[in-house]
Design a binder for this molecule. Structure first.
Ligand SMILES: Cc1cc2nc3c(=O)[nH]c(=O)nc-3n(C[C@H](O)[C@H](O)[C@H](O)COP(=O)(O)O)c2cc1C
Length: 188
């Protein structure tokens, strides 16, 4: 029996009908059952301000605890102006502090970028990876996940209707489960 691993999911869009969230939902639906997905809301995490570290706001404390409580991290991000949306970058910054106590440290991660456009949010994907290198989040290299044409993948109820994307996300989920074990339970 594979060990169950809790995966925190961070969606970089607050939009009600977010394509990025739909893609993250689709991954959770087809990934191996050993992965338990918890969507962690980043919308209410207050803006990072270093002055507040002496008495951090409740939203920061709660968010940091939620990140600490998961085994692995799945980042699903759209692209804003060729980079990571500010709301996701803010959440990353909040849980990275106080200095030396980053909640992200050492947790295996994966990135999916999503866009209606053909470039598939490549810029956001790689800007995000830049932060994850610094935060010591060992991030899955392959398969890379760039989901383009996202406005054409779902029906009106938000269900994935594109079979090749489903198959890709299934393989992505399998590879992520293996990656998590490689990082958390390496064999000698
Ligand atoms: C401020 C802003 C900047 C954007 N910049 C980009 C961009 O650089 N690249 C891109 O592919 N799409 C860009 N878009 C379009 C988004 O890909 C599109 O709004 C997408 O639906 C957002 O993801 P979501 O559906 O998960 O909310 C931008 C949208 C906004 C609102």
């Amino acid at each position: 029996m594979p060990v169950t691993r809790k995966v925190g999911v961070f969606v970089g869009s607050l939009r009600k009908d977010s394509f990025t969230r739909k893609v993250a939902n689709a991954v959770a639906a087809v990934a191996p059952s050993s992965l338990q997905f918890e969507f962690i809301d980043i919308g209410l995490v207050g803006h990072y301000n270093q002055d507040l570290e002496s008495s951090p706001p409740e939203t920061w404390i709660g968010f940091r605890q939620k990140v600490r409580a998961v085994d692995a991290l799945l980042f699903a991000t759209p692209e804003y102006n060729r980079s990571v949306p500010g709301v996701l970058k803010n959440a990353i910054d909040v849980a990275s502090r106080p200095y030396g106590k980053s909640a992200w440290n050492g947790k295996p991660g994966a990135v999916i970028s999503v866009s209606p456009g053909a470039l598939s949010a490549f810029g956001a994907n790689h800007h995000l990876r830049q932060s994850l290198v610094f935060l010591n989040v060992p991030t899955m290299q392959q398969p890379e996940a760039y989901i383009g044409g996202a406005d054409k993948l779902f029906d009106a109820s938000g269900n994935l209707t594109n079979e090749s994307t489903r198959e890709f996300l299934r393989k992505f989920g399998e590879a992520f489960a293996a990656w998590i074990e490689l990082i958390l339970a390496p064999t000698a």
